[in-house]
Design a protein around this ligand. Structure first.
Ligand code: AR6
Length: 167
């Protein structure tokens, strides 16, 4: 069962939280900034050894000062007009995070709404991609948590998940 949680992803004591990062993996704004602040400067030092990350790929780091044991960073697509492969790239981001999590024996994982902030991906369309991939993997995890920063986003996720379950 996919859980929808409203709040700050950095507070969750799970095996892994997912970061919506940029290619450098060295920090930024939004959820990326919050995760780097909460994990501490060791995250940036560690990520300097990873050599960056392409759009749709995923990299794993320790959780450092977070309650989460690991951070899996991915880079979502920047939304242009929807005709530049954005849906496939967003799907790849979710899928590659979940595959990497399985390789590392992670049982509980929490995701932010990748690409829906600074990168401008329309929220409804992004929620359909996110929840669609999560449903494919849910049987292989104890917990998959979709974290929404606002109550409005959590409502959108609940409605989108209900719609997918009816299909
Ligand atoms: N917990 C959960 N969700 C959050 C939090 C939080 N603490 N803070 C923000 N969100 P964004 P992107 C939500 O912009 O669109 C960075 O600068 C937010 O409401 O963080 O993938 C990176 O370095 C939104 O729904 O990520 C990249 O340059 C979602 O997280 C770029 O932004 C994603 O918004 C990535 O942009």
């Amino acid at each position: 069962m996919i859980e929808i949680h409203q709040g700050d992803i950095t507070t969750l004591p799970v095996d892994a939280i997912v970061n919506a990062a940029n290619h450098s993996l060295l920090g930024g704004g939004g959820v990326d900034g919050a995760i780097h602040r909460a994990a501490g400067p060791q995250l940036r030092e560690f990520n300097q050894t990873l050599g960056g990350c392409m759009t749709g790929e995923a990299r794993i780091s320790p959780g450092f000062n977070l309650p989460a044991r690991h951070i899996i960073s991915t880079v979502g697509p920047v939304w242009r007009d929807g005709m530049q492969g954005e849906p496939r790239l967003l799907e790849n981001a979710y899928r590659n995070v979940l595959e990497l999590a399985l390789q590392h024996g992670i049982c509980s994982i929490a995701f932010p709404a990748i690409s829906t902030g600074v990168y401008g991906y329309p929220k409804q369309a992004a929620a359909r991609v996110a929840l669609g991939v999560m449903r494919e993997y849910e049987a292989r995890f104890e917990r998959i948590i979709a974290v929404c920063h606002s109550a409005e986003d959590a409502d959108l996720y609940r409605r989108t998940l209900a719609g997918l379950l009816e299909e």
